[in-house]
Design a protein around this ligand. Structure first.
Ligand SMILES: [Zn+2]
Length: 478
């Protein structure tokens, strides 16, 4: 319930602010979900130092170095994309309509094995730019080709170059296992032994220690085709270094069948029995779960990552979102790669909203506000950072949305409208870590035309090298 009388910021002498976002409709998502109609947010360094009515905040910080006039705008916490594949933008729209094995064989894998470091950087800069322009302030990018130290670090740098925070969930494959053959994973992806995988992780963490604006996480790519000891080693590394770890888990029904055939138990049953579930475990998709697995994820306060656009496009299934939330799980939303989505968390929210209402045949759930909670508060829990809310002490990751567009007239319920009609095109300003990284809809950090030109060149080169020409027909009749 919005609190009409949020507490006034304490006016103590000597407090400073570097930036004030002033006079907006502030959707704090703080406990109690207070909304401030004419509110301001003061930022010092990377933190929010005050939030309250515009008059009170202004009086407390009369000498802020920078101001953003947010009158006529909505101010919300930055959204968090908890699972994506940024390099996939180079293949955008290709492979549509292929079933999964053909999609991998004829499109994604040839593309992945032909990528150079320069291609990857060009792709990641473009998709990171799209993310931040659409109001995403943090991404977790599962980068799985190539995964050598230099490329992994270059991807992290590319994400950070547009101002985002987040993590590179570095794809860890190790040696082939039975599941690799059953899933048709090419040798090129199983490029390193388990020992080499852990050494590369170590090198990456040396360059980008935990707590960096963009961290590096271990990501056993899929519980089906990574050796279980290596998965356990990745979870252990995350525990030792105070990181999260991620894995694709139970996305397709077939994966559960293969895992159960090979190991005699279901994937999440095993994770639970092996003691690997906990808040550091972030499981991408987590669709095909039985009741015990849902309960285990909830009881462990583990994270399930929901990609509603991808799940519908690939027809992989419907996550048991209502049951997972009821069990106590953290559920982040994600875009899952530009081959199928628009790299927008607005799109993810709207998509989840419709998908779950239809699949449950229930127009009462989820409420629009619930989606905001998932992309902000739950997303921050996945990330393990004090973000996703506008509150004193939280990280200063803020999005200013222009309400003076036809889409927002009339704005009876702006909070619900974010999930219902919100669009990246209305994002005007973005602040990450206290830094203004988007102003008036343009990046303040990179030359957008140059980023687009480099990505166009890389896409051409890769499409030719990987023989993707047949997939580029203007109109494909199936
Ligand atoms: Zn994925």
């Amino acid at each position: 319930m919005p609190d009409p009388n949020p507490p006034a910021p304490a006016a103590s002498p000597g407090r400073r602010a570097d930036l004030i976002v002033e006079g907006g409709y502030v959707v704090t998502l703080d406990d109690g979900r207070p909304v401030i109609v004419d509110g301001s947010v003061a930022v010092a360094g990377d933190r929010i130092v005050a939030v309250g009515s515009a008059g009170d905040v202004d009086a407390s910080f009369p000498e802020a170095a920078q101001r953003i006039d947010a009158s006529g705008c909505l101010v919300m916490p930055g959204m968090i994309d908890t699972h994506t594949h940024l390099f996939q933008v180079l293949g955008r729209s290709l492979g549509d309509g292929l079933e999964l094995m053909a999609w991998l064989r004829d499109f994604m894998l040839p593309m992945a094995v032909h990528l150079t470091l320069d291609d990857v950087v060009a792709a990641v800069r473009l998709s990171s730019l799209m993310s931040v322009l659409a109001g995403t302030t943090a991404v977790v990018d599962n980068h799985y080709a190539p995964t050598d130290t230099a490329t992994t670090l270059a991807v992290a740098e590319a994400v950070e170059s547009v101002g985002l925070r987040g993590a590179i969930a570095r794809g860890v494959f190790g040696s082939r296992v039975e599941g690799s053959d059953r899933m048709g994973v090419p040798d090129e992806l199983h490029a390193f032994s388990a020992a080499e995988e852990l050494r590369i992780m170590d090198e990456c963490l040396h360059q980008r220690p935990p707590g960096s604006r963009v961290e590096v996480w271990p990501m056993p790519e899929n519980v089906v085709y990574v050796d279980r000891d290596l998965i356990a080693a990745c979870a252990d590394l995350a525990e030792q270094r105070d990181l999260r770890w991620q894995a694709h888990c139970s996305e397709a029904q077939e994966e559960v069948v293969i895992f159960t055939d090979v190991h005699g138990e279901r994937p999440v049953e095993w994770l639970s029995r092996a003691g690997l579930l906990g808040p550091r475990a972030t499981l991408a998709h987590a669709i095909w779960l039985n009741d015990d697995e849902v309960a285990a994820i909830g009881a462990a306060r583990a994270c399930a990552l929901h990609q509603p656009v991808c799940n519908q496009v690939i027809s992989s299934g419907v996550m048991r979102l209502h049951e997972l939330l009821g069990a106590g799980a953290t559920v982040g939303l994600g875009t899952d790669g530009l081959a199928v989505s628009g790299q927008s968390m607005f799109e993810a929210m709207k998509s989840a909203y419709g998908l779950h209402r239809l699949s449950r045949m229930d127009p009462t759930w989820p409420p629009a506000e619930q989606l905001l909670d998932l992309v902000c508060r739950h997303g921050a829990r996945v990330l393990g950072r004090p973000a996703g809310i506008i509150s004193e002490g939280a990280l200063a990751d803020l999005v200013v949305i222009d309400l003076q567009t036809p889409r927002w007239v009339p704005a009876h319920r702006p909070v619900a409208m974010l999930a219902l009609i919100g669009h990246g095109a209305d994002v005007r300003d973005v602040v990450v870590d206290g830094e203004v990284v988007v102003r008036r809809g343009r990046s303040t950090l990179v030359d957008q035309d140059e980023v687009m030109a480099k990505a166009r060149e890389a896409a051409e080169r890769v499409a030719t090298a990987a023989g993707l020409e047949p997939l580029r027909a203007a109109w494909i009749d199936r």
